[in-house]
Design a protein around this ligand. Structure first.
Ligand SMILES: NC(=O)c1ccc[n+]([C@@H]2O[C@H](COP(=O)([O-])OP(=O)(O)OC[C@H]3O[C@@H](n4cnc5c(N)ncnc54)[C@H](OP(=O)(O)O)[C@@H]3O)[C@@H](O)[C@H]2O)c1
Length: 351
């Protein structure tokens, strides 16, 4: 039976896409959009009484998937697998310390709730580690080492923990490190990922397929971009939400009712983002086009620059990057005024 939650996801997806179809969208983007909406409508109209076939599994190497940790990100991952029909839900086993959480995931998606880490790992050719970094304790590493099949691929979404830690602590050489973000919960995420040389080409393709079910994905050869991506896209939704909140509060300060302020701000940010994405133009060109000499926008931009808007954003990225390095017990003395100003160059020279 298709859980009701999935019909909701398909409807939400179709709604989001319909809202974002620009009148001048190019043919390729348009046909992708139409295909997406058709898939969503098919999911809505299908017969609940019959089991769903696994439609997109061709070229997907993983036959059984184990998840360690069943929190927010795991829920997004399960949604991606199930909505994109990459694998049947009953072939996904989840282990979480919270029985309540397991019951919820089982009821919502039809996945298997494992009573132990060993049960989640058993026969799984892809094991996803989705606990908080502080929960990766010695006890958990030991359990992973004892229960992981050396042939399985271990995929981590844990912020800051390098692939070498997984190789050394679990003995498993096929490691994928990813940095997703929370818009993955509506399949609008951005995931950056890297993997060890032991992950085969077809396994990489399957990982790319899986990550595409969460939104956009981007592979990097050099793992240090994962710590940078943590600062940009991983933590990014937090900064964007703070900016949205500040813009709404500023509009309320001017005198708008809060619901009107929210509508104006959300549509302005969403519309401008879509404009930048669809036009392919650099934001500076688009910004110049709305900045009349001596006008209102020029006035506001002057105040933002006076408040060091760009530098504050850059400093916040460096701070998150340093924190990600700290979580992985790496040298975090990077950034302007630090001993490693150009982190990338320094690390490349080290090799
Ligand atoms: N949320 C984000 O924006 C985001 C973005 C990118 C990456 N990440 C990464 O994704 C990972 C998961 O984040 P999340 O937001 O999904 O966290 P979360 O909602 O707290 O989920 C983690 C789950 O793992 C459970 N858990 C703790 N120890 C465990 C153990 N030994 N075995 C099995 N389950 C255990 C937790 O239970 P309790 O709550 O009872 O401890 C919780 O249900 C983190 O490493 C984070 O760095 C998160």
């Amino acid at each position: 039976m298709l859980p009701t939650r999935l019909a909701g996801i398909a409807a939400r997806r179709a709604f989001l896409m319909q809202r974002h179809i620009p009148s001048n969208a190019n043919t390729t983007a348009m046909s992708a959009t139409v295909r997406w909406i058709h898939r969503s409508q098919a999911a809505l109209s299908h017969d609940d009484s019959k089991p769903d076939p696994v439609a997109n599994a061709e070229g997907f190497d993983f036959n059984r998937i184990g998840l360690v940790g069943g929190g927010k990100m795991s829920e997004a991952i399960i949604e991606g697998f199930v909505t994109e029909k990459l694998i049947q839900p009953e072939k996904i086993s989840v282990y979480d310390v919270s029985r309540k959480r397991l019951d919820y995931l089982m009821k919502t998606f039809g996945v298997q709730a494992s009573s132990s880490l060993a049960a989640a790992c058993k026969d799984s050719d892809l094991v996803i580690i989705a606990v908080k970094p502080q929960n990766l304790t010695q006890k958990l590493w030991t359990q992973l080492r004892a229960n992981l099949d050396p042939k399985s691929v271990v995929l981590s979404i844990v912020a800051g923990i390098p692939m070498s830690n997984f190789v050394e602590s679990t003995g498993n050489k096929r490691v994928v490190r990813t940095m997703p973000n929370t818009p993955a919960t509506i399949q609008q995420g951005m995931t950056v990922w890297a993997c060890t040389d032991h992950v085969s080409v077809s396994q990489r393709n399957s990982v790319a397929k899986f990550l595409s079910s969460l939104g956009e994905q981007h592979f990097v050869h050099d793992e240090q971009y994962l710590d940078m991506a943590t600062a940009v896209s991983g933590s990014g939704p937090g900064y964007v939400l703070l900016i949205l909140e500040a813009l709404i509060d500023a509009a309320v300060h001017l005198g708008f009712a809060r619901n009107v302020a929210s509508k104006l701000v959300l549509q302005t940010v969403s519309g401008t983002t879509t404009l930048a994405m669809k036009s392919g133009l650099h934001p500076a060109i688009l910004r110049n086009s709305v900045t009349s000499p001596g006008g209102t926008t020029a006035s506001a931009l002057y105040v933002l620059e006076q408040g060091r808007f760009r530098t504050v954003l850059a400093d916040s990225f460096w701070s998150a990057y340093r924190r990600s390095l700290e979580l992985g017990h790496m040298d975090s003395n990077v950034g302007p005024g630090r001993s490693r100003h150009d982190a990338h160059e320094t690390d490349s020279h080290k090799k």
